[in-house]
Write a protein that binds this ligand. Structure first.
Ligand code: ARG
Length: 601
């Protein structure tokens, strides 16, 4: 695997610092940063000079001389520096300001990195966390209900994190925590039993038909529940028979679960996300464990009875009225809710799934819930010290008016409609770019472009912020959009197809590089560091920012450095290697976000 140049530099500078200062510098961070004056700068001399009470500029001069022997650096005659063995990637060092080191890399070092990455399926990026297991709870739609934009965000962010964490070497266990339990099922089952004709006529039907009859069932059952006291009583009794394991009730419940899954599968297929049926572990899965959790917490005094309900209290968690807000483990009527289920899920994820890390990709409005659940699980030891639990929160999706995203009639937007709308919108973009496509091809490309655009818009805003759902901007050919990146990637392939026969992307390390070639090579080298921060912070937008900036750097390179019409065969092959690696980097980056990048668009 290729070490990034910035890492190699950090090692070289640390070696030089240690040679000059001894042990005081052994663990120092040389603070390697990109620079406007050279390729990189090392800022680590100043804090060290302060620590050893030395003159930073003098120290910097000695370190520079140790890095690049005085002979190679006219003007900085031997300052009495010991020789250090370094990687040899540094071509020149310059001391700047009070003690910064400006570092310029050898062209051959840049070329060497390109060659190493190009020959590797992972583009030279090594996995960092082998042997660790992450359990990730995401998507989480509710049975018998439409998926809405909140589920879109959880699904898209969760899917990207799954891909990114797996690439990083983790074992990832997906958990789709379906909302498949609750008192509303009494009402739905009762209505279905009394109105068998509510089901669709034909046995074979699409996910859309499935959700449309379930939505109608929900609406009609609720209306009857509110209008008819007799029905409401029968519905309440139905909850009890369902919980008692009554077969007729269970069969109706299972039918609704199966119908909903048919719809979810349809949505997941359109979205091209990795969730499958085996990942669905609904709330009902935890029912057998809830009574035990409640008894355990009560016995150990972690939860206490308050007005009949079993509650856990926290310092500093108070409502607007100043009263403490508890986590309710068991309601006063004996029923268990959302919190008890989440506590049981933690036990399962730690005990059975062997999680080292548990991620919850859920809306930021549930922040307090997760804070209380995690704290309770820690107190009870369900969540041991070695296991990290993170609420990977996200903001809301807003309409172009800046208010929560709704239809014109003020209703929540159906996810399928929203996705279809994005694809429809993308047809125009695809046609603008390539007017010769026939209708069917245009539709197929629009699907790739439109779905990519929805995902990218979501992933490219900092996760915790709200964002505006604006299709015009999302499918635009310019700006920070997936469409821009997909076309940049396709253009790269069209350049590669135009190379004269016999020309292969091949690195010639002895060639001097143009500034635009150097800038591109340096940026390509940053992929690994970018991915490392993305998985450490669960922030996919850092990857989109990197990819967008890479595509811009590429454009600048392509304007300044002809590839097909390069001045010599070697230069052509060398540039082709940069083109190819840029294409591969864009493709890998987009795929890790769950967005496809076809070679031709
Ligand atoms: N189904 C819930 C909703 O639609 C989200 C569930 C989140 N996950 C969890 N483990 N509580 O709001």
């Amino acid at each position: 695997m290729a070490k990034a140049l910035s890492e190699i530099l950090a090692e070289d500078v640390r070696a030089a610092l240690t040679a000059v200062l001894g042990d005081a510098a052994r663990d120092a961070d040389p603070l390697i940063r990109p620079s406007d004056h050279a390729d990189f700068q090392a800022n680590g001399v100043l804090p060290l000079a302060k620590a050893v009470k030395g003159n930073p500029r003098e120290l910097a001069i000695r370190v520079a001389a140790a890095l690049v022997p005085a002979a190679a650096q006219p003007g900085s005659a031997d300052a009495g520096s010991p020789a250090v063995s370094t990687s040899g990637v540094i071509a020149a060092v310059e001391v700047a300001g009070p003690g910064f080191l400006n570092l310029t890399l050898a062209d051959a070092a840049l070329a060497g990195q390109v060659a190493e990455r190009l020959g590797d399926a992972r583009l030279g990026v090594s996995p960092s966390t082998i042997g660790q297991t992450t359990v990730i709870d995401y998507s989480q739609p509710n049975i018998a209900k439409e998926m809405h934009v909140g589920h879109l965000r959880s699904t898209v962010i969760g899917d990207a994190l799954v891909r990114l964490l797996e690439f990083d070497g983790r074992t990832v266990v997906r958990q789709n925590h379906l909302g498949d339990w609750g008192t509303q099922f009494g009402m739905l089952i009762q209505y279905l039993v009394e109105h068998p004709e509510a089901r669709p006529a034909q046995a074979e039907h699409s996910g859309e038909v499935a959700i449309s009859w379930l939505t109608a069932l929900y609406r009609d059952a609720r209306a009857e529940f509110e209008a008819d006291g007799g029905f409401a009583d029968r519905a309440r009794k139905r909850v009890v028979t369902l919980q008692g394991g009554d077969e007729e009730s269970l069969a109706a419940w299972e039918e609704m679960v199966a119908e909903s899954k048919r719809y979810f599968e349809d949505v997941y297929g359109r979205l091209d996300v990795r969730l499958v049926d085996a990942d669905a572990v609904g709330e009902s899965f935890y029912n057998p464990y809830l009574a035990d959790i409640a008894a355990d917490l009560e016995q150990r005094g972690i939860a206490v009875r308050s007005d009949g309900a079993l509650c856990v209290f926290f310092d500093g968690v108070k409502g607007p009225d100043g009263e403490p807000v508890p986590l309710i483990v068991q309601k006063s009527d004996g029923g268990f809710g959302y919190a008890a289920t989440d506590l049981a899920a933690i036990r399962h994820r730690v005990g059975t799934l062997k999680a080292d890390q548990i991620l919850y990709v859920v809306d930021s409005r549930q922040a307090l819930h997760f804070r209380m659940v995690f704290e309770t699980a820690r107190r009870a030891g369900y969540l041991p010290d070695g296991v990290e639990a993170v609420h990977v929160q996200f903001g809301s999706v807003l309409g172009t008016d800046g208010k929560p995203f709704k239809t014109r009639a003020g209703q929540t937007v159906r996810l399928i409609e929203l996705l279809d709308g994005a694809v429809d919108h993308a047809v125009a973009t695809v046609a603008e770019k390539n007017p010769d496509l026939d209708a069917e091809q245009a539709r197929a490309e629009a699907r790739v472009v439109g779905i990519g655009a929805v995902k990218y818009a979501d992933l490219s805003t900092s996760r915790t912020k709200d964002y505006i759902f604006d299709l015009d901007r999302m499918v635009s050919l310019t700006g920070n959009t997936s469409v821009y990146l997909q076309y940049a990637h396709a253009r790269i392939h069209s350049i590669l197809r135009k190379l004269p026969v016999g020309t292969e992307p091949r690195v010639h390390a002895d060639l001097a590089l143009e500034p635009a070639e150097r800038r591109l090579a340096l940026q390509l080298d940053e992929l690994g560091a970018t991915l490392a921060t993305v998985v450490a912070e669960f922030e996919p937008h850092r990857l989109t920012t990197y990819l967008y900036s890479l595509a811009q750097t590429f454009s600048d390179f392509y304007e300044n450095c002809p590839v097909v019409k390069a001045p010599s065969a070697e230069v052509r092959e060398n540039r082709a290697a940069l083109v190819r690696l840029t294409g591969d980097t864009l493709k890998l980056g987009l795929e890790l976000l769950g967005i496809s990048a076809p070679d031709q668009l």
